[in-house]
Design a protein around this ligand. Sequence first.
Ligand SMILES: Nc1ncnc2c1ncn2[C@@H]1O[C@H](COP(=O)(O)OP(=O)(O)OP(=O)(O)O)[C@@H](O)[C@H]1O
Length: 232
Amino acid sequence: MIKANNLKKVYRVGELDLTVIDNLSISINEGEFISFIGPSGSGKSTVLNMLGCLDTPTFGDIEINSQDITKLNKTQLANFRGEHIGFIFQSFNLIPVLTVYENIEYPLIMIQNLAEEERKLRVEKLLKEVGMFEHKDKTPDKISGGQMQRVAIARALVTNPKIVFADEPTANLDSKTAHMIIELMKKIQKEHNTTFVFATHDEKIVENVDRLITLVDGNIVEDVYTKRGQHE
Ligand SMILES: Nc1ncnc2c1ncn2[C@@H]1O[C@H](COP(=O)(O)OP(=O)(O)OP(=O)(O)O)[C@@H](O)[C@H]1O
């Protein structure tokens, strides 16, 4: 489903070339619940952004659903991302002037040309799935952080992506809410066979994934299937 070969990412900082990812290769299978872990600055977000088509590698290639995305131009890449990939961020990134309903509907208007009735069906189904139907007409300032992340999850899923990337999705949530959000993502993974790829420091996510990939200084130093992944 995802195959990355010899990825390298170099940032130009002033006069210096800073190599933050160096010769990284990885395969991720359909339906995996997987996380990148590692110290701050080890390159987790950089890898997630490249695999998720938000950023491009300096060298190397990435294949997603048999498409080499490093061959696509900017517009093609944005379209590909809209069709195949969902993103969940630490800071939720909801649009403040739109209601909960409109935030979830937004990718369908922007990316997929769907009839209004089909949009309504999809948005309402997801509102129910993430437990936010009764809050659908509120703006983000009227709901809690956990509820905002539920909306962000629904927004990430509304285009029916096969892969969802989640960068520190629980970092701004209290422990109990974080737990509920992880359970919600696990449920979605099981029911839809959606691949979830996390970057996190959160032990609660680490305890729940099938596979853990440890990054240090932009390299994979460990790639293990957890007991949960082996037995289920
Ligand atoms: N746009 C950029 N320009 C220059 N350097 C960058 C840029 N983005 C990230 N870096 C550097 O790349 C390295 C990896 O950063 P990255 O955010 O991917 O790490 P991370 O493991 O996700 O860290 P954290 O756990 O703190 O979020 C860091 O040294 C960071 O300073």
